[in-house]
Design a protein around this ligand. Structure first.
Ligand SMILES: C[S@@+](CC[C@H](N)C(=O)[O-])C[C@H]1O[C@@H](n2cnc3c(N)ncnc32)[C@H](O)[C@@H]1O
Length: 248
């Protein structure tokens, strides 16, 4: 039996098709409580992390969010030409009214919505000044392919900024595992009022996620330069990665 099948279909490089379909179902089931559980389980730090990532963009840029989910990040992208991509039609249906009504209040045109996976982005080469991934990289079926596709759609000199679960090393990962499998489970149960809430399965995508060093190496191998990937403080529960597509 391969190493990945021994973990139910997950390893740091990606997720098997069947396990990913199950994971997508669990992610969709989080939609009604998504923001509340995130805020509780991160002590409100998720808003700070989103702001940190968002602040990399400058007005007028053409940006893509890969794995936009219900629009928690994209709704606050101000003064930008925004494309939201997600493989889930339910996620896009939740994101669209939320993001576009925030944009309309600011006098901005609606965002563009694309139903697709990161591993096969149906958009032309050299299109975006910046690509964001927030808490979606962990769910990619094939992390390297996703990074390659993002690289392809970035303009030369364009930048990828990602934020996901923090895992500095194996020990830190073990502490995160304890957190995800204890306190987060209690919080999700309290908030959803359900014994069988979707966060039960979601802990798996953290357990089998790789360390920062693993993904920094993968980004360099794909061709990104100026690659960085470090924990975000104060709690070190999230990591931020940055990499630039070289100028031609
Ligand atoms: C936890 S949500 C993140 C939502 C949002 N980005 C945020 O800031 O909270 C993860 C999202 O990644 C999407 N996703 C899962 N696999 C993906 C893939 N292979 N390519 C792109 N997005 C994916 C899921 O459908 C889900 O909407």
């Amino acid at each position: 039996m391969g190493k990945r099948s021994a973990t139910g279909g997950f390893d740091p490089s990606g997720i098997d098709a069947e396990a990913w379909d199950e994971l997508e179902g669990q992610l969709e089931a989080t939609i009604p409580n998504y923001d509340r559980v995130n805020t509780w389980m991160t002590f409100g730090q998720d808003r700070r992390w989103r702001r940190n990532v968002r602040n990399h963009a400058t007005p007028g840029m053409r940006v893509l969010e890969v794995g936009c989910g219900p629009g928690s990040f994209a709704e606050d992208l101000v003064g930008l030409d925004v494309t939201c991509l997600d493989p889930s039609s339910d996620m896009l249906a939740a994101a669209q009214p939320r993001v576009d009504s925030a944009r309309a209040k600011r006098g901005e045109t609606p965002a563009v919505y694309v139903e697709a996976v990161a591993e096969d982005i149906p958009l032309p080469d050299d299109t975006f000044d910046m690509v964001f991934c927030l808490f979606s990289f962990r769910d990619f079926k094939d992390k390297r392919k996703g990074l390659e596709e993002i690289y392809r759609v970035l303009k030369p000199g364009g930048r990828l900024v990602m934020c996901d679960a923090g895992k500095a090393n194996k020990l830190h990962g073990w502490l995160g595992y304890l957190w995800m499998n204890s306190a987060v489970q209690v919080m999700a149960r309290l908030i959803t009022g359900e014994k069988n809430h979707p966060w039960k399965g979601l802990a798996k995508s953290y357990t089998h996620y790789g360390t920062n060093g693993y993904y920094r190496r993968m980004m360099r191998e794909v061709g990104y330069e100026h690659v960085q990937g470090r924990l975000l403080y104060p709690f070190g529960m999230a990591s931020r990665f940055r990499g630039t597509k070289p100028q031609k």
